[in-house]
Design a binder for this molecule. Structure first.
Ligand code: ADP
Ligand code: ZN
Length: 703
């Protein structure tokens, strides 16, 4: 067997029996197969190996420890920082027929006593705890007894959001550092399994050492979320609001989040959308840290239970929201980093169905962010030098975000490169095509038609390479606005030369806008006072529209010919490529990509999303014809069942399961168990109601 054991003489807790694991998956969760990363994690854990799973949101991390927890004798502990998620997870597991529990500060001391008592009697298979709990002497005593001779046994400790242990991550939680000593204090060492959705190399290494993982089996499934459609639009402030109104109205049946940079914007836009959607009977909620706790709770609860489908919010909203059927996430302003963006946008489409992530931006967003960074006094615990370093780091992250907004190449590829992936299949991946160096995100250089790439040898090489790549990376992902927008190339070699000559004469002196103005020949007070109207390049690009001149500067930066300094007022310098181009005798050409005119933008994007959605609804079985009507009816039934049990509708079942019911039209319990997402318990509990609704529906149609 490929999996090594812990090497400290302890026996594996169980051996991995694929059939038994599959059976557990089917029986409790109603799924007939594991996703690739899941199987490797489950088998490692069941073979007694520590494991580290780096999997994006929606990949299905919970299954990786829940299935072993349901198979192993004793109590599995799950350490999770998100107290608000615990009750949700527990509800979902209960609905699946498992025996779960949680222990956190939302329970009264008496309730906590009961939970601990029952746990030591072996009632539960799985217990969620917050990391702070591990240092609680009472809990420690419980755990030591449980893991000791004659105890119920603690075969597995699963650590969710494991990046919280690292000071290099965004969400450092000191209490995560206690986990290792907690585990060390147990008389018998359990298997340790750690999970995270975001981890750079450095954070990954931290997780391993700080948690004390022993030779962990590491499973990385990559960051790509193929079901997410990415779109970027540069719009003025008014146009942004109009775009959002339009989008939300035409997706009124769906659930979505609109993120804004400030509370004020949240309030304005929410007002706006409420007016717009009230006539359609659609409620809009808002959420930010300035609202009362009660108001926030009501809005969040409404969103989760689908009574408020749209929520307008600052980035305060989302932590601990595990709603699987969010169909779109719109950003009204550019966030401060790609990490933040991907985390927020990634709340769309956790169920694996197509979902849209749209970023609306303009230059003012970045000016605002730069101002905020500049003014922020920084962490008081850091010294002057460290604060300066932290600030530079934030400016760097922001400029990578700006690169995302401006790139004309595949948006998905840009994000994946940012996280240090080249977008290829991990198994057997060769060297990266490396247009972007890891973590240095400038815009990709393929806006430049470079001579050497046209040679027959490299074309053949690329083709061969393309054959081993998934289609997504060979020719763009086909599911982002840049891959779906027709571009035309525009040769701006002369303009590029003039701009670079100007910058090389005044390196690090001027910003982008001023440079474009000088080249364009603008007659401004500023230009006159700097005597730039006497510069040899002044007015050289008078024929070129100013927007094109700016675009050329922008894309020269993006492809490394020019560089831009960090800070509130960034200035332009020569990049290595630019110096080489100016000094070499070899021919240099530069062209930029422009969006073709016409209504490419939102209409087309919307169609793409809708189309994809239709495709997802189709899979193997033929459609029965009136699925949509039945879907609505089953959805209403689901809400009723959920209300009755006081749980959110998705705990009863997912949209995907509803669609499966529509398509497969089960007539018996056996049929029902064939539907993805329906396990034994759900068949027992809801099966009859669903079967009845389906047969009534078919009778009506027939009669
Ligand atoms: P994560 O914690 O990684 O963000 P979740 O554990 O919440 O992801 O799972 C995301 C969604 O995928 C859930 O709706 C879950 O039920 C579903 N899912 C997980 N594993 C499978 C599987 N093997 N087959 C089908 N659906 C699955
Ligand atoms: Zn793409």
């Amino acid at each position: 067997m490929a999996y090594s054991h812990q090497g400290d003489g302890t026996e594996p807790l169980a051996s991995y029996a694929p059939a038994a694991a599959l059976d557990t998956l089917k029986r409790y969760f109603g799924y007939s197969s594991f996703r690739p990363g899941q199987e490797r994690m489950v088998s490692a854990i069941l073979s007694g190996c520590d494991a580290l799973g780096v999997m994006p949101t929606g990949a299905g991390k919970s299954i990786c420890y829940q299935v072993p927890a349901l198979m192993l004798p004793g109590l599995t502990l799950v350490v999770s920082p998100l107290v608000s998620l615990m009750s949700d997870q527990v509800r979902a597991l209960k609905a699946a027929g498992a025996r779960p529990s949680y222990l956190n500060s939302t329970l009264t001391p008496a309730q906590q006593n009961t939970v601990l008592k029952r746990a030591s009697e072996g009632w539960y298979q799985i217990m969620y705890v917050a990391p702070e709990r591990l240092a609680d002497p009472r809990f420690l005593a419980f755990a030591r007894a449980a893991a000791g001779p004659g105890g119920i046994g603690i075969p597995l400790v699963a650590v969710d959001e494991a990046h919280c242990v690292s000071q290099w991550g965004q969400d450092f939680r000191p209490s995560y550092l206690e986990i290792a000593s907690f585990v060390a204090a147990l008389p018998q060492r359990p298997v340790l399994a750690a999970f995270t959705a975001t981890a750079t190399e450095r954070v990954r290494a931290d997780i391993s050492t700080m948690l004390g993982l022993r030779a962990p089996q590491t499973v990385t499934t990559g960051f790509d979320r193929p079901n997410l459609y990415f779109e970027v639009q540069e719009l003025g402030d008014k146009a942004k609001a109009a775009w959002v109104r339009d989008y939300v109205r035409s997706h009124a049946q769906e659930s979505g989040i609109v993120y804004c940079a400030t509370r004020k914007k949240v309030d304005e836009l929410a007002q706006d959308l409420m007016h717009e959607l009230a006539p359609l009977g659609v409620r809009v909620g808002h959420y930010h840290a300035g609202l009362s706790i009660e108001e926030r709770r009501v809005n969040q609860e409404g969103f989760i239970t689908d009574t408020i489908p749209v929520i307008v919010a600052t980035n305060a909203f989302g932590m601990g929201i595990d709603k699987p059927n969010v169909r779109y996430v719109i950003h009204l302003n550019a966030p401060e980093s790609i990490e933040a963006y991907y985390q927020e946008a990634g709340r769309a489409g956790r169920d694996g169905d197509p979902a849209g992530c749209v970023l609306l931006w303009n230059g003012a967003d970045f000016n605002l962010r730069r101002r905020l960074i500049d003014r922020d006094p920084g962490d008081v615990e850091l010294d002057e030098g460290q604060r300066e370093q932290a600030k530079r780091n934030r400016f760097r992250l922001l400029s990578q975000m700006e690169g995302y907004c401006r790139t004309t190449d595949c948006l998905r590829a840009y994000i994946l490169r940012y996280f240090g992936e080249d977008g290829r299949d991990r198994e057997g991946a060769g060297p990266a095509p490396a247009v972007l160096r890891k973590g240095e995100g400038a815009v990709q250089a393929s806006a430049v038609a470079r001579k050497e790439e046209a040679g027959p040898a490299s074309a053949a090489a690329r083709k061969a390479e393309g054959a081993s790549l998934p289609p997504a990376t060979a020719h763009g992902c086909g599911n982002c606005s840049n891959c779906l927008t027709p571009f035309e190339a525009d040769d701006v070699t002369e303009a590029a030369r003039a701009i670079m000559r100007f910058v090389s004469r005044h390196p690090g002196r001027f910003g982008k806008a001023l440079i474009a103005d000088v080249l364009h020949g603008a007659n401004t007070e500023r230009i006159r006072s700097l005597r730039l109207d006497g510069d040899p390049e002044y007015g050289k690009l008078a024929e070129l529209p100013i927007a094109r001149a700016r675009d050329t500067v922008e894309q020269l930066i993006g492809s490394g010919y020019l560089t831009v300094s960090m800070g509130q007022y960034p200035v332009i310098c020569m990049g290595d490529l630019g110096l080489a181009a100016l000094n070499s005798s070899e021919e240099f050409t530069f062209s930029i990509k422009r969006r073709k005119r016409g209504r490419a933008g939102s209409e087309r994007a919307r169609r793409a999303v809708d189309l994809l959605r239709d495709e997802a609804a189709l899979d193997s079985k033929p459609r029965v014809g009136d699925d949509a009507a039945l879907f609505e009816r089953l959805r209403a039934l689901r809400r009723e069942l959920a209300e009755w049990r006081d749980v959110p509708p998705y705990i009863v079942c997912s949209d995907k399961t509803l669609r499966g019911l529509c398509r497969q039209r089960p007539a018996t319990r056996e049929d029902l168990l064939e539907v993805s997402g329906i396990g034994e318990r759900k068949a027992d509990e809801f099966g009859e109601a669903f079967l009845k609704a389906i047969s009534e529906f078919e009778d009506e149609r027939r009669g």
